[in-house]
Design a protein around this ligand. Structure first.
Ligand SMILES: [Mn+2]
Length: 250
């Protein structure tokens, strides 16, 4: 459980910052890297200048080399000597920051986002929830409070984070809250941007042929029929088509 005052301070620090450095622990796992990248992608979307990294040895584990957002990663040696805002994720102690630990002394502000009960309490600002199954759960809570809607990339990184630290949803830490977030992420992650674009183009073609009003009317009618009959749940593809049509078709 994280106190409201801690959320408020963290949000204020992020909103006041122009640049941010997000770092994970030495030899990053799925939670560390997934959380770092999800947060980095979200903060970049908010307009901050973002760099992300983890301590030496700077080797990306093969299984995690496919994560979206990895282009934001820079070698630890290139991390600014005096970061404006340093966010350390999934790091229980200074030692876990290895070759980047000195940045905690030089940074203007340090925010620690973690879920280890053993966290030593470094940094001025802390979002630490020992009950959270993963640092990714705390990051998800932060993104919700920042008003960030997940895109496929953010969803994929958060999914990597929580599935990693729950042993693929087998450990006792796998709460209902974990499953609720996983469901949200799966719904997002199963549809590619390419598919959404394809749906959008199809919608534009149909609207051009039949006119936007007739198209929208037909679509609304079809959606209401599907919902009213409840013979089958509206599938992901149907919803994506409706979403794309609503966004681009009219
Ligand atoms: Mn973790």
């Amino acid at each position: 459980m994280i106190e409201q005052a801690a959320w408020d301070s963290a949000l204020a620090a992020i909103k006041a910052a122009r640049s941010v450095t997000v770092v994970g622990h030495v030899h990053p796992d799925g939670d560390a890297l997934g959380s770092v990248l999800a947060l980095s992608l979200a903060l970049r979307r908010l307009g901050l200048e973002v760099t992300a990294s983890f301590p030496e040895p700077y080797e990306l584990p093969t299984a995690l080399a496919i994560l979206p957002g990895r282009e934001l990663l820079i070698e630890p040696g290139r991390v600014p000597a005096v970061p404006e805002l340093l966010i350390a994720v999934d790091t229980a102690s200074l030692a876990r920051l290895g070759t980047l630990a000195d940045r905690v002394d030089t940074a203007g502000t340090v925010l620690v986002i973690d879920h280890h009960a053993s966290n030593t309490g470094f940094g001025q600002l802390r979002l630490i929830d020992p009950d959270a199954a993963a640092a990714g759960m705390v990051v998800a809570g932060l993104l919700d409070r920042l008003g960030i809607t997940y895109d496929v990339s953010i969803a994929s990184c958060l999914y990597a984070a929580i599935s990693s630290d729950t042993g693929s949803f087998r450990f006792g830490s796998t709460t209902a809250e974990v499953h609720r977030l996983a469901a949200r992420l799966l719904e997002m992650a199963s549809l590619s941007e390419h598919d959404l674009q394809r749906f959008a183009e199809a919608s534009r073609r149909i609207a051009a042929r039949f006119g936007p009003d007739l198209f929208a009317e037909g679509l609304d009618g079809a959606a209401m029929t599907a919902i009213n009959l409840q013979q089958k749940r509206l599938g992901l593809m149907d919803r994506a088509l409706l979403f794309a049509a609503a966004r681009y078709g009219r």
